[in-house]
Ligand binder design. Structure first.
Ligand code: GRF
Length: 216
């Protein structure tokens, strides 16, 4: 089977990117063709350069509107000919045109057990609500924010002594485990988006996606 090409979009530290870089080295099924950031100072660019992965910066501040920014993003991304585009802490809302262009081959990671807590401040919202568990979800991207079909989800208990930071750190570690799993599934041809659903090995995944069993 031919090696799939992926492109990763970042805005910051890129610790999820690092998890995917490490997993790509171990997997024969895909290769990171490029890393794109909307910020020149994103540390993830250093991680990519250290792994000899091509990088590009497209700064949103240089564009008059979202449409022209997204057109420049697409131009750069498509020059790498990706099979899959991976949003890993990319902190810009994308236009419907962008999302449609990559329909079925665009995934994101979100720090909540979707469909709970779409949007920002998810850790604080889970603590405030007194939730007994919180987590993260990899999902296909659709035009509506954080509403695309969930692929895989991992959870951790919320402890009474948890702060936003302690919870965020545990969730981040879970993100690093599940994101490479989803990328591997896609690259191996096991995962597709069909209409509003994620399909794994020919079966429709449950509403939150596949539950990742956290080894204790
Ligand atoms: C993660 O918490 C992810 O859930 C959110 O952005 C953050 C990215 O972190 N979408 P990093 O840049 O991968 O370290």
């Amino acid at each position: 089977m031919s090696q799939k090409l992926i492109v990763v979009l970042i805005s910051g530290s890129g610790s999820n990117l690092q998890a995917i870089i490490d997993a790509a080295a171990a997997s024969g099924s895909y290769k990171i063709a490029g890393v794109l950031s909307n910020r020149a100072d994103a540390y993830g660019l250093v991680r990519a350069a250290n792994a000899a992965i091509p990088t590009a910066v497209v700064e949103h501040a240089q564009f008059a509107d979202r449409e022209s920014f997204d057109a420049a993003l697409m131009h750069q991304i498509d020059s790498w000919k990706p099979d899959l585009v991976v949003l890993a802490g990319f902190m810009r809302i994308l236009t419907e045109g962008f999302v449609q262009h990559y329909n079925g081959r665009l995934i994101n990671i979100h720090p909540s057990l979707l469909p709970k807590y779409k949007g920002l401040n998810t850790h604080a919202r889970a603590i405030e609500a007194g939730d007994s568990e919180h987590g993260c979800t990899v999902h296909f991207v659709c035009p509506e924010l954080d509403a695309g079909a969930p692929i895989i989800q991992a959870a951790t208990p919320v402890y009474s002594e948890d702060s936003i930071e302690s919870l965020q750190q545990r969730i981040h570690e879970l993100e690093h485990r599940i994101y490479p799993v989803a990328v591997e599934w896609f690259a191996a041809g096991r995962l597709q988006q069909q209409e509003r659903f994620a399909i794994l090995d020919g079966e429709r995944l449950p509403p939150g996606g596949q539950r990742y069993e956290v080894a204790s």
